[in-house]
Ligand binder design. Structure first.
Ligand SMILES: NC(=O)c1ccc[n+]([C@@H]2O[C@H](COP(=O)([O-])OP(=O)(O)OC[C@H]3O[C@@H](n4cnc5c(N)ncnc54)[C@H](OP(=O)(O)O)[C@@H]3O)[C@@H](O)[C@H]2O)c1
Length: 248
């Protein structure tokens, strides 16, 4: 399987890129931080491609997908992992933060998918998008409004792509708390959060049972995404939910 993982320089995307390669696929790893991608490609194994891509830049999306398709000899599967999740109460969110969030989490997904459509059409392929329990399974988490609204939009975007391209598989992967893998495969999702605000909001999320304290083992996420990508495209499941077991 010839797979493109976008957002593969850290966290879940990096874990998926390496994990899918170890399961026998040919991989292209895309993100902005090229040195990180080269390192991930080495860990993934010989033949893995590292390709710079900024999903907020339309020409970068198109060029990176073409480079991946030509390097892999086609595209059977696409995984979209990029997201930013600024921590701020809605009253404090400025327009630039809203735009950056939608550019990365929603519009980037649309642009990358549009560039990949000819290749996925040719292969009868599958595209999977990482979404969040916070957008569909829990009430909105205070402080993550922009992220959650953008993920809800991403969820609809996946349905909209399926409506126009029924012979390609489009699957939303609804993910619960997951730290990713070790070292550079660890999630960096919260790295820019204000510690004081996080200290105020974390206990609220816990008290409302939005987070359980358990973490999803990243290998389980890799296993589930690998199964999704191997679906019969025209019958591919529209969504899967991958959450940690509650604490016992
Ligand atoms: N961790 C969790 O518990 C959890 C739970 C539910 C859902 N998810 C979802 O899983 C996905 C990965 O999250 P994570 O926790 O692994 O976060 P992360 O460590 O921050 O990874 C985000 C990835 O997105 C890439 N990215 C960000 N902006 C980009 C841009 N403009 N162009 C290209 N790539 C860009 C980053 O690479 P560069 O900075 O190098 O570009 C990085 O590889 C997200 O969609 C998130 O919503 C995570």
């Amino acid at each position: 399987m010839r797979t493109v993982v976008v957002g593969a320089s850290s966290g879940l995307g990096r874990s998926l890129g390496i994990g899918l390669a170890h399961r026998g696929g040919k991989l292209a790893l895309l993100a902005r931080r090229y040195d990180r991608l080269v390192d991930a490609a080495k860990e993934a194994g010989p033949g893995t491609l590292a390709i710079r891509c900024d999903v907020t830049d339309p020409s970068s999306c198109g060029e990176a997908i073409e480079e991946a398709a030509s390097g892999l000899g086609g595209i059977d599967a696409l995984v979209y992992a990029p997201a930013i999740g600024p921590l701020a109460r809605l009253v404090d969110l400025d327009a630039d933060t809203w735009r950056r969030t939608f550019d990365t989490n929603v519009i980037g997904a649309a642009l990358v998918t549009a560039a990949a459509i000819p290749h996925l059409t040719a292969s009868g392929g599958v595209a999977a998008y990482l979404s969040s329990v916070s957008a569909s399974l829990t009430p909105p988490w205070p402080g993550l409004g922009a992220y959650i609204v953008s993920k809800a939009a991403l969820d609809k975007l996946v349905d909209a792509w399926r409506a126009e391209h029924p012979r390609i598989g489009f699957t939303r992967v609804v993910v619960g708390d997951c730290a990713g893998g070790e070292g550079p495969s660890r999630t960096e999702f919260a790295s820019e959060w204000d510690a004081t605000l996080a200290g105020e909001l974390g206990p609220v999320w816990l008290s409302r049972n939005y987070v359980s304290g358990s973490l999803l083992p990243v290998d389980e996420l890799v296993r589930v995404v690998d199964s999704v990508l191997r679906c019969d495209a025209a019958a591919c499941v529209p969504s899967v939910i991958v959450t940690p077991r509650p604490p016992t």
